[in-house]
Design a protein around this ligand. Structure first.
Ligand code: CIR
Length: 253
């Protein structure tokens, strides 16, 4: 069960973040509304939410997931691979120290972003991407080993982050699209294949008894309801324009 979440409001410079989506400029007011509904949904799941203010120095800083890995007894501050995002982790580190006695760090030349890290029960998968390099992934592996967790490294082909194309919903169920549909490492799980026209919705998240999915993905919604999950749909259009999904908007622990 998750008890806490940390989020950060989109800042006024949100539109200047990194984007490859070709979906146009995000509407800032709409982004703020979508974000506040996301926070409301977290509260509905009984999480206590720490909401940080937007920071104009970092247009992408609402995507807090990339700044840390959070587990039960420890947190790991990452080393962001995107140059414009380096420094976002500093304030997060201070905040996490108020929750955790054990706060570790990934150090340069290692880079690692939280979007590349997926925990499935007691095992971690770490994506090697344009943002997470071998050195960063191996530093995380060593830290996880000290805390008793196994991990494996998954080189990525197309997706921005590992969790762009795969998400763990609990109960050995994974949502997969694209390069993860026939991936050797994930065959042993119960896979829900997301159709390519709905690939964005692969980045859905299980929070306590709910699954959050982006609004407007009717097939995925049906597939998830078939597994008898309770679903919360959230409008994500403005974050999608900036390549961000549901998991990116919070740290949950
Ligand atoms: C970026 O490119 O860094 C942001 N515009 C989007 C980050 C999305 N984060 C994530 O998938 N964990």
């Amino acid at each position: 069960m998750f008890k806490h979440a940390i989020v950060r409001k989109p800042c006024k410079n949100f539109q200047f973040g990194i984007s490859t989506s070709n979906l146009g400029k995000p509407d800032y007011q709409r982004a703020l509304v979508q974000h506040s509904k996301y926070v409301e949904a977290l509260r509905k799941c009984n999480l206590s939410v720490l909401e940080l203010n937007g920071n104009d120095r970092f247009p992408d800083s609402t995507f807090v997931e990339d700044t840390a890995i959070v587990d039960r007894e420890f947190a790991v501050i990452t080393s962001l691979g995107a140059i414009s995002r380096q420094g976002e982790e500093i304030e997060m580190s201070d905040k996490l120290k108020t929750f955790y006695d054990n706060v570790e760090s990934i150090r340069k030349p290692g880079t690692l972003e939280g979007g590349d890290v997926m925990k499935v029960e007691e095992h971690y998968y770490i994506g090697l991407s344009n943002r997470t390099n071998n050195e960063g992934a191996n530093q995380l592996k060593r830290i996880l080993k000290r805390y008793g967790y196994s991990s494996s490294i998954i080189p990525l082909k197309k997706v921005l982050h590992l969790k762009t194309g795969i998400s763990y919903l609990g109960d050995a169920i994974l949502l997969v699209s694209g390069e993860f549909k026939n991936h050797h490492d994930f065959r042993k799980y119960n896979l829900i294949e997301v159709q390519e026209s709905e690939a964005y919705a692969t980045n859905s998240i299980r929070i306590n008894e709910y699954v959050f999915i982006p609004e407007g993905y009717v097939n995925l919604k049906k597939q998830i309801l078939n597994f008898s999950f309770k679903v919360i749909e959230l409008e994500m259009s403005e974050f999608e324009k900036m390549d961000g999904g549901l998991s990116c908007l919070s740290l949950r622990f």
